[in-house]
Ligand binder design. Sequence first.
Ligand code: SAM
Ligand code: SF4
Length: 470
Amino acid sequence: MTNQRDGTGMSRKLHVKSYGCQMNVYDSQRMADMLASEGFSETVEPQEADVLILNTCHIREKAVEKVYSELGRIRRLKSRAAREGRHVLVAVAGCVAQAEGEEIIRRAPTVDLVFGPQSYHRLPELIARASGGSKVVDTEFPVEDKFDHLAPASREATKARGANAFVTVQEGCDKFCTFCVVPYTRGAEMSRPVAKLIAEVERLADAGVREIRLIGQNVNAYHGEGPDGRTWSLARLLHRLADIPGVARLRYTTSHPRDMDDDLIAAHRDLAALMPQLPVQSGSDRILAAMNRRHTSADYRSVIDRLRAARPDIALTSDFIVGFPGETESDFADTLALVDAVGYAGAFSFKYSPRPGTPAADRADQVAEDAKADRLARLQQAIDRDAAAFNKTLLGRTIDVLFEKAGRRSGQLIGRSPYLQPVQVMAPTSFLGEIAPVRITALGTNSLFGMLAKAPHLHGIVPPTASAGL
Ligand code: SAM
Ligand code: SF4
């Protein structure tokens, strides 16, 4: 392997700035893990970095503009470092890199390296080439599996990242919704083999991670090779991962309603560790068809009914797009009616943003910006109303909270409910990384307040290694 330490034996510093989805956060961590084994240490300060990576997202509007304006700031930072005799290597990674390729170096000559989401396992070699002074662009979709070449996180790095961790189980998508760039930037759908995922989750749990979030652009399309040589579904994978000692919570995101099969619905009934959360897309039937979602609003409602029958306390979340080309007030009224009927615990909602190269971007019937903004505000109001109603049902109840970090007030910790809301609790720091019952005493705008259901000394909190058999 190339040694990236400089002549003084000091390790070089790496700063990765992540934009967008959880998958990018995971990818950024894997880049840092990969470069850690090459002698790089991470810094949160961009001005200290010898290698600076922007890991970009292309899913929604202004992504490209944001990257170029950040590169303007980085150009000045790079010039300052050069005056001090330091060379800073600037790289652009992720989906904007994949979509823009060489154009990035043409528009921003400060950039030394451009690489797509399928190339980051080659990072040490790419950095070595770019350090030699040549501009490097790598946006191939290689035949080898990048996950086979990635260094695992060290135990210390995993511990420092806290009680929950992302694990990418599948990548890419073959569904080609007409608004979405993912099939173009992330490529065809691929699923990682079960044995590799078990090994990764075992390592994380052993380092004290209690909540595993399985991620993928379309995670319930998972169909990985099992140790028995058969193809495993997401449901089968979840059952296996739930058996790993130390794994107390399992989540998965993001899903497509068409891939919600009977086994996955049953898993919500059977697995205590599987946390009730399910993001799903929606809209009026006419718009769903134009989006190429290949399901109707009634199909979607029936999936929800089956999920609620399997797990009555399921807290549903969703993604919505308003102002898709051709969307009328009456289509939008159908979306609001769906929200009213389902009663979400929370949801993400976005204004449609034309993505170059996708079919919907070329339609002549684009919706005016002010109509999109108006619909978004109305939709968010409806979602907030339902989220507040859901939170109210938790008042006075005792729920399990996974403690993640210190709060702003002294003596306060912030954790997460099974339904993903932040919960603020006065508790000793020994609770960090642990799950304890909390009685919800008050509701804030974006979080809940609670108190430990038992006095701290009655919780029997022990260090994670000793509690690994839980
Ligand atoms: N696979 C998931 C599904 O089919 O529901 C969605 C994953 S997508 C990467 C995440 C979310 O970004 C989508 O659910 C959608 O709401 C939003 N999104 C994607 N493309 C968009 C666009 N062109 N404009 C606005 N929002 C978009
Ligand atoms: Fe994009 Fe999801 Fe549609 Fe795939 S299923 S194209 S990731 S929105």
